[in-house]
Design a protein around this ligand. Structure first.
Ligand code: FAD
Length: 465
């Protein structure tokens, strides 16, 4: 017999959306059950953010060890044992997924391993290999994440891989074609280029990283080319032929059909929400044609006791956005008035140089009728950037002209991923350029670039003319 197990809040999926929602719901006094069919931590910890950043860091170390001649350092016989890189990457992932388990248990969240499917608006069946169990709940939070899109002409195989496959390679490929110059393709392509792989990026649009301003993506493009990568824009990937130990990819560019050979082809053309195998249609949960679940400002779906967060709802598919929504949903269930506000979601690319953006760009602000100005400050005028020997880049601080309110920032440069946090805080706190300019920033740090950009906005920068 299957006696239902009762819980207050049932969370489906233990990625950065689900596990954060579960912890917050437990902190707010709920009895919480979290169901995960794979590994705790979801895409982000297991096959996304964390392992990709580990590979990127290892690639940097290798690249820097080989090429620091500018600083008077030369090294011979720098070698990489890629299986050890992979093993190290695995330990990083394991520490974090183990940490998530500890946090869930420490908050008395019941962890259930299996695949959840909705029976009705108050119960799910959780299937494991040889059993099924029903759970009833007062509220549910769906956080099932997303999956790489498969192109019909590029069926995944040993040689036609997605991001998960690219993160798991056991040897450094001699060559790789990357279809899609979005952030995942650019990050992974860049990492392998650092390890010595001959990378060819095929991008359909006229620029890679098209979500960022051209001035920013151009720096990344230049750097990738310096590493020997080839970037072919306005290219349309047509088909792939698998050979004995590689692939031949056919693509069209400038109206001509071309071919490129490689060990692997990595397809990174976007992700689709995991909402098709949950029984959502029968519940009447409203979704777009693409399977994106509609939610209100408290992450509530069209069925009022069921919430949805993360990659399965609108907005940028990013881990920190999923976690943010997880907290909102848990708080909404607890009766709080928390609402989502997407104004200050940072977006970061761990490219070289790093790109980061938060809030409005100058153009977006103007398109919305805001009288905005952008103040620019180059990394090359910052002492810390010079002492790091990393001067490629700039910050743009976007303010509202009438009162200097900070409404956005874009950074291309080393440390951009960390620097963007201060700007997100400035936006959230309603600060002006003057507030930032009057804040004492330690010298010599990259953070001074933020202070200097604020001084540019005020018209009186010290370190540029
Ligand atoms: P996921 O992390 O996808 O987790 C969903 C979980 O639900 C999975 O564990 C899945 O097994 C489980 N699940 C699905 N269906 C069921 C079911 N029926 N029953 C039980 N469990 C189920 N984002 C960033 O912010 N920064 C980055 O640097 C970054 N880098 C990335 C690099 C790569 C290569 C990739 C692929 C992604 C990256 N992302 C990054 C995106 C980030 O990983 C996602 O936005 C994030 O993981 C989404 O979180 P989520 O909680 O919505 O879903």
């Amino acid at each position: 017999g299957d006696f239902p197990i009762e819980t207050d809040t049932l969370v489906i999926g233990a990625g950065p959306g689900g596990y954060v929602a579960a912890i917050r719901a437990a902190q707010l006094g709920q009895k919480v059950t979290i169901v995960e069919k794979g590994t705790l931590g979801g895409v982000c910890l297991n096959v996304g953010c964390i392992p990709s950043k580990a590979l990127i860091s290892a690639g940097h170390r290798y690249e820097h060890a080989k090429h620091s001649e500018d600083m008077g350092i030369s090294a011979e016989n720098v070698t990489v044992d890629f299986s050890k890189v992979q093993a190290w990457k695995g330990t990083v992932v394991k520490k974090l997924t183990g940490g998530v388990e500890g946090l869930l248990k420490g908050n008395k969240v019941d962890i259930v391993s299996g695949e959840a499917y909705f029976v009705d608006a108050n119960s799910v069946r959780v299937m494991t290999e040889n059993s099924a169990q029903t759970y009833t709940f007062k509220n549910a939070i769906i956080a099932t994440g997303s999956t790489p899109i498969e192109l019909p002409a590029f069926k995944y195989s040993k040689r036609v891989i997605n991001s998960t496959g690219a993160l798991a390679l056991q040897e450094i490929p001699s060559s790789m074609v990357v279809i899609g110059g979005g952030y995942i393709g650019t990050e992974l392509g860049g990492a392998y280029a650092n390890f010595g792989t001959k990378v060819t990026i095929l991008e359909g649009m006229d620029e890679i990283l098209s979500g960022f301003e051209k001035q920013m993506s151009a720096l990344v493009k230049r750097n990738l080319k310096k590493k020997g990568a080839e970037i072919i824009t306005k290219a349309s990937a047509k088909s792939v032929e698998e050979t004995e130990n590689g692939v031949v990819v056919t693509y069209e560019a400038k109206g001509e059909e071309q071919k490129v050979e490689a060990d692997y082809v990595l397809v990174t053309v976007g992700r689709r929400p995991n909402t098709d195998e949950l029984g959502l249609e029968q519940l009447g949960i409203k979704m777009s044609d693409r399977g994106v679940i509609e939610i209100d400002k408290q992450c509530r779906t069209s069925v009022s006791n069921i919430y949805a967060i993360g990659d399965i709802v609108q907005g940028p598919p990013l881990a920190h956005k999923a976690s943010y929504e997880g907290k909102i949903a848990a708080e909404a269930i607890a009766g709080h008035s928390s609402e989502i506000d997407y104004l200050a979601i940072p977006a970061v690319v761990f490219s070289e140089p790093e790109l980061a953006s938060v809030g409005y760009t100058e153009k977006q602000a103007k398109d919305e009728g805001i009288d905005a100005a952008a103040a620019k400050f180059p990394f090359a005028a910052n002492g810390r950037a010079l002492s790091l020997n990393m001067t490629d880049g700039f910050m743009k601080l976007v303010t509202r002209k009438e009162d200097g309110l900070v409404i956005g920032a874009q950074i291309a440069g080393p440390g951009a991923s960390d620097m963007i946090a201060e700007l997100g805080l400035a936006i959230e706190a309603g600060m002006t350029a003057e507030d930032i300019a009057m804040t004492i920033h330690a010298h010599p740090t990259l953070g001074e670039i933020t202070m200097e950009a604020a001084e540019v906005a005020l018209g009186s920068p010290i370190h540029i003319i």
